[in-house]
Design a protein around this ligand. Sequence first.
Ligand code: ADP
Length: 402
Amino acid sequence: MKLFIVNSGSSSIKYQVIESGSETVLAAGLVERIGEVCGRLKNTVHPGTKDELEMVVEQPIADHQSGMELVIATLTDKTNGIIGHVSEIGAIGHRVVHGGEDFSGSMRIDESVIKALERNIPLAPLHNPANLDGIRVAMEIFPQTPQVAVFDTAFHQTMPPRAFLYAIPYELYQTDRVRRYGFHGTSHRFVAGECARLLDKPLTECNLITVHLGNGCSMTAIENGRSVDTSLGMTPLEGLVMGTRSGDVDPALHLFLKQNKGMELEAIDALLNKESGLKGLCGMNDMRDIHKAAAEGNARAKLAVEVQTYRTRKYLGAFMAVLGRVDGIVFTAGIGENDPIVRAESLKGLEAFGVRLDPERNWLRSREARCISGPDSMVRIFVIPTNEELAIAREMAQVLGD
Ligand code: ADP
């Protein structure tokens, strides 16, 4: 069966078509700049194989409906399409950012799911409306096809109140559901499953710390296969130092910036989300550029890596204390999978806690999931490539009963 995986953003649609049995990616693409003067679609068929073929279309794309229609036209194209007719798509999976407290797992989409998503818009005012747009358009174009919502927050719904509550008046939780939700759940869950396989143990017996370091960064403490704490909060801003997001700051910073800089709350929010993190510290947010600059003597670039890896180490220590026994630490996403310097710096000084990296394994370049700890490490350390689309495809198969 062919599965269509959709990740709809405010001005973009990212997608893949995956063959469910073999888990082969038949096509992958991105529609960008929806609603702008000129939109763009990039579609790659049979990516990563000898038959790989890329095509780009540039034309105005007024809205998500037009964007989705362009994707369908491309996928069913007579010469280079990978399907003859839309009816060949057996199911559609949507990545949804915020499921609030309504969803602790993936759900087949019906009216009640859509209502719950609408109810959760205040928790993710930028993301959920865009996800809903994608769902509505797909339901119109594919009225007969089962659709599944896979939530970034669902995996973390197992956190106990002591981990998800903020120490603010409890009424704010009761009335407005102000609490930690956590994100990147699909990725944390996927790499945890892969790690359990490598450890040759059932996931329900594994205690893991999964470290997702991409543009967005987060860490999750997993006890017996369940998320018990995570670094991202009510929104995807808390915790680790990210590409352009600050992670933890003193909440009193808002008042300081208002009183001393005359900044409005919206401007402060934009500063913390878009102008902070690695970019705020050194002007760059791509880790490859930062390492290059640091090697050329750029002190701020060096400092940015130091601040980020120190914060990661601090959270690792905290989550080791949360779990007590840790079977594995897993690094994943763009930086986690590819950056031996960041991995080594983040783990520096944890030897006394039984965490010992094997320098040679750490520096080995590979796309495979692998162990990078030394033989004397009590805690095994892994690099495991995340694959959110494949994770969504597997979730869909589970929800729809294979
Ligand atoms: P997103 O959160 O947008 O999915 P990714 O997981 O793709 O992000 O990660 C993007 C980050 O990964 C960028 O900071 C990029 O610099 C970093 N990255 C990608 N490849 C490498 C590499 N070879 N070495 C270091 N960092 C890398």
